[in-house]
Design a protein around this ligand. Structure first.
Ligand code: PEP
Length: 253
């Protein structure tokens, strides 16, 4: 059975003290909440917050993610953070290929493929993001764009490594805009992604893969999105910064 996941992406928000307070609030909730087996909560924090957040939560109930890692293993790469440094902190996941990194930081499909390789080599589970821009959807190219992003990122990824991967479909036009994909629109792409994974690997692996939806998920729309058969949870930006909103989304899974 594939896992259901609610993952927060804090992006470049909060000071460490604020992030710690948010993590503690979520931890206090999770301590009393009877989370069903196979359902996970992840918080994706800035690098500077990772250690503090790992210590602030019960990591069996709240898993911690970074939002990126270097494509290089180690060495003279000023400003970069290696996958093994992240893993060493007790972090389990990292977001890879978020559209903001593709847009502002040159994360091409090739770079994303090398970052995935670093994750697998160091025991980090990637949350691999894909998603089309508004103009690509309007031109009817969304299936083509998603297929190409995933095929390129995964071309050298073995089935064994892929099993440690979470996929997130995040239409760029829905991120931070308040414009959520309808449950039907999201489900259509999620089913397509699952079919593609079956072609790239096999039907059992596809069936076991967690595919998250991201793009203006909030307390009001989460339940309808998560009710779709191929939507296994959410990658949540803005609404993950408010404990009460994020808790409502956790309850919706
Ligand atoms: C995201 O950052 O991955 C995201 C989906 O953001 P938001 O929920 O704010 O649209």
């Amino acid at each position: 059975m594939r896992k259901k996941i609610v993952a927060g992406n804090w992006k470049m928000n909060t000071l460490v003290s604020q992030g710690k307070a948010l993590a503690e609030e979520l931890n206090a909730f999770m301590k009393t909440y009877d989370m069903p087996e196979g359902k996970l909560v992840i918080i994706g924090t800035p690098f500077t917050h990772l250690s503090t957040c790992v210590e602030a939560v019960d990591t069996k109930k709240i898993h911690v993610a970074a939002q990126n890692c270097s494509q290089f293993e180690k060495g003279a790469y000023t400003g970069e953070v290696a996958a093994n440094m992240i893993k060493d902190l007790g972090v389990e996941y990292t977001i890879i290929g978020h559209s903001e990194r593709r847009q502002y930081f040159g994360d091409t499909d090739e770079v994303i493929a090398t970052k995935l390789a670093q994750c697998y080599a160091n025991g980090l589970s990637p949350i691999l993001c894909c998603g089309e821009k508004l103009e690509e959807r309007e031109a009817g190219k969304h299936f083509e764009v998603i297929e190409s992003q995933l095929r390129n990122a995964l071309k050298d990824v073995s089935a064994e490594n892929f099993k440690n991967t979470v996929v997130a479909y995040e239409p760029v036009w829905a991120i931070g805009t308040g414009k959520t994909a309808t449950p039907d629109q999201a489900e259509e792409i999620h089913a397509f992604i699952r079919g593609l994974i079956a072609k790239l690997y096999d039907a059992k692996i596809a069936d076991d893969t967690t595919i998250l939806y991201g793009g203006s998920v909030n307390a009001g729309n989460a339940a309808n999105l998560f009710a779709q058969p191929d939507i296994d949870g959410g990658l949540v930006g803005g609404a993950s910064l408010k404990a009460n909103d994020f808790i409502s989304i956790i309850k919706a899974i």
